[in-house]
Design a protein around this ligand. Structure first.
Ligand SMILES: [Zn+2]
Length: 683
């Protein structure tokens, strides 16, 4: 965002950090280098000098130190530029790779099924040996060497010119980008502390469901049910569709609880507290009449005074901490810009337009009608979490468990079968062998995950869980997903032409690619692929989830803008603003479909409080997944397409997607698939 609020203020404070002598020394070095290397090098010289000036501080050295540094580190001829580029590329691969290997080893005990985790294992696992690299590289001036010779770019430039850049130019851009910020350690620490405090607040925000009373004093929820806001509350709404007797009453009650959280009219005393009963409609609180926890303390000072805007105080702290980094990030001078221009690399205006395209699509009311007909009633606001679109299967989970348990009694059996599985997905025998030789299967402690390498001499790890009786269907389904990650990780590291371009544009891409594999798990077992009806259900489920989370993302975005526009706001004011924003977005996009106004549910997401404008990643992820899926269908051969797409590496999402599918990132593929799904879905 070039015009984000706060931009001019950020620039002003960055300028005041510059030493007094800088201007004169820059002019002097400009003359000197131009005389030495000739007029054609002038633009590079000026660019390098300006890029250094953005970050040079008094403690980096006086004018003499600066001038000597520039004199000896400017590469003014193609041969010296090439040498420098190649050296940095090779050594940074080694640095990233070895740091990652330390991490990989240090996490081993926590990640793998290797017996008890000791307290020191957790400390090893939490340690990040690379945490201070950027600071170190500014201190030893390697960062300045890069900034003197390679271009910092804005997202605008990458989007406008990126398609015409050579691969080498792209690699140079990514090299410089590593040093586009020089955030002081204490500012980073402040961000980490605000994040930890908000995370802690969220992680303890439980509602004891047995203690919720309806107007008849009835308890609708079972004993010992403790639900974390918002994830568990939302998932309980989903589960309650299956409860014909009390489901609807429970869903209404959870909605009421969520609204009280968003508006902060929730009594402070009921949060994470099994010693009180609460009627969320009247807000009456009483000492608990039933014991639902062995450790519940007896209730003291029972009253219904509301939570004092703590939710928004937490959010404000993350904002205040983030804002302190603004002056040190000249090419992305707000948290909003850093999220969209650097992390996502899709401009905020375009993201907003894509979300609105989904939200205003006539498909929304068509899917809504289908849901109403399946539910046999008009929609309620909590139906944004409707979960009745389910792909059917010819096989029961027990049947699948049996087939898979026989096939894969151990993790080794799965490892051995990887080349075979890849050939079923269309990889040639030679490519399948090659990829398989770069994947190591480990027994996971949890459900499973993929850990790629960061240098070409190392392998990707597939962590999967195999029970005593052999692998079950859930484990297989996850292993296939993780294998998709590993295959992407292998191509995008080992087969991309520059290691500075390793990877994919962002996590939405790697997830989308992994889901392509996962969606074909039945065929990998030699069973028939899901039929059109089953696929239609899956697509409708994706559409409805995207429709829901698109509104949530717009709330997240609007709230961050409001904070930048009101940097002095109190938690109470932020509360009022968030409630109003949630209502406005609901009224605009959902009220026409749900026929109810002023709903605040879109403000309930916990990630909004502790994740620094992360929520737009979800709907974009759904869109990307459908674009890749449609392309795979069109191409017919997953193996070849997968390799072709992933060798593109870490360029902007739009450029990657243009190369992959012929179109930039957008919701069209999802909308087309939804339209098609509607014609296959039964009432
Ligand atoms: Zn994944």
């Amino acid at each position: 965002m070039q015009n984000s609020p706060g931009t001019s203020a950020a620039q002003a404070s960055a300028a005041t950090l510059q030493p007094m002598w800088m201007k004169d020394s820059m002019a002097k070095m400009d003359r000197e280098l131009a005389a030495k290397y000739g007029e054609p090098q002038r633009p590079r010289i000026l660019r390098g000098l300006h890029q250094i000036a953005e970050f040079w501080r008094t403690e980096d050295g006086d004018a003499a130190v600066y001038e000597e540094f520039v004199r000896s580190n400017f590469a003014g001829e193609q041969a010296t530029i090439d040498t420098m580029f190649n050296r940095f590329e090779r050594l940074l691969e080694q640095l990233d790779g070895h740091m990652h290997e330390i991490n990989h080893e240090f996490r081993q005990q926590m990640d793998l099924d290797l017996g008890p985790v000791r307290p020191y294992d957790e400390v090893f696992g939490g340690y990040d040996p690379s945490a201070h690299i950027i600071d170190d590289f500014f201190q030893n001036k390697l960062a300045f060497t890069v900034l003197l010779n390679f271009p910092l770019t804005t997202l605008d430039e990458r989007l406008k010119n990126g398609a015409t850049w050579s691969r080498r130019q792209w690699a140079e851009v990514r090299l410089a980008e590593r040093f586009s910020k020089r955030i002081p350690a204490e500012v980073n620490l402040g961000v980490a502390q605000a994040e930890a405090a908000a995370g802690q607040y969220i992680s303890e925000y439980n509602i004891w469901m047995r203690h919720l009373l309806d107007s008849q004093g009835q308890r609708l929820f079972p004993p010992k049910m403790r639900l974390l806001s918002h994830w568990n509350l939302r998932d309980e709404i989903k589960a309650d569709y299956a409860d014909a007797q009390n489901g609807s009453a429970k869903q209404h009650m959870i909605q009421q609880v969520m609204e009280r959280v968003v508006t902060q009219t929730i009594p402070k005393i009921v949060v994470n507290n099994p010693s009180v009963d609460w009627n969320p409609y009247t807000n009456e609180v009483k000492p608990a009449a039933v014991a639902d926890s062995d450790s519940a303390p007896s209730a003291e000072n029972v009253n219904s005074s509301r939570e004092p805007d703590t939710r928004y105080a937490m959010l404000l702290k993350t904002f205040v901490a983030s804002k302190k980094a603004d002056p040190y990030s000249p090419t992305a001078p707000t948290l909003i810009a850093r999220r969209f221009d650097e992390d996502r690399e899709i401009p905020e205006v375009r993201v907003k337009a894509m979300l609105e395209q989904v939200l205003t699509s006539p498909l929304a009311s068509q899917v809504a009608k289908l849901i109403e007909s399946r539910l046999g009633r008009p929609l309620e606001p909590f139906d944004i979490w409707y979960n009745g679109f389910r792909p059917g299967s010819k096989y029961t989970e027990a049947q699948l468990d049996e087939i898979i348990g026989k096939k894969y009694p151990t993790a080794e059996a799965y490892q051995k079968d990887i080349p075979n599985l890849l050939m079923k997905l269309g990889f040639s025998p030679e490519r399948a062998q090659y990829v398989a030789s770069n994947i190591v299967v480990d027994p996971a402690r949890g459900s499973g995950h993929a850990m790629g390498a960061e240098m070409r001499s190392e392998k990707a790890h597939l962590r999967t869980r195999v029970e005593m009786g052999g692998m079950n269907y859930k484990g297989f389904n996850i292993a296939v997903h993780e294998m998709g990650h590993n295959v992407e990780q292998t191509f995008s590291l080992n087969d991309v032409d520059h290691t500075l371009l390793k990877g994919v544009p962002n996590t939405a891409f790697t997830e989308a690619l992994a889901f392509v594999f996962q969606g074909h798990d039945l065929e990998l077992l030699g069973l028939p692929a899901p039929d059109a009806k089953s696929e239609a259900e899956k697509t409708l489920n994706d559409f409805w989830a995207t429709y829901e989370i698109a509104g949530v993302a717009l709330v997240d975005m609007a709230v961050w803008h409001w904070m930048y526009d009101h940097p002095q706001a109190t938690p109470k004011q932020l509360n009022e603003a968030t409630v109003q924003i949630s209502k406005d977005i609901w009224n605009r996009y959902y009220a026409p479909v749900f026929h109810k106004n002023d709903v605040v549910l879109l403000g309930i997401y916990s990630h909004m409080i502790d994740h620094f404008l992360y929520l737009p990643d979800y709907p974009i992820g759904h869109m990307i997944a459908h674009q890749i899926e449609e392309q795979m269908k069109k191409a017919g051969n997953i193996g070849l397409e997968f390799e072709r797409m992933t060798k593109m590496g870490d360029v902007t999402p739009d450029l990657w997607m243009e190369n992959a599918t012929g179109h930039p990132v957008g919701p069209e593929a999802l909308l087309v698939a939804t339209q098609r799904a509607l014609s296959h879905a039964s009432q």
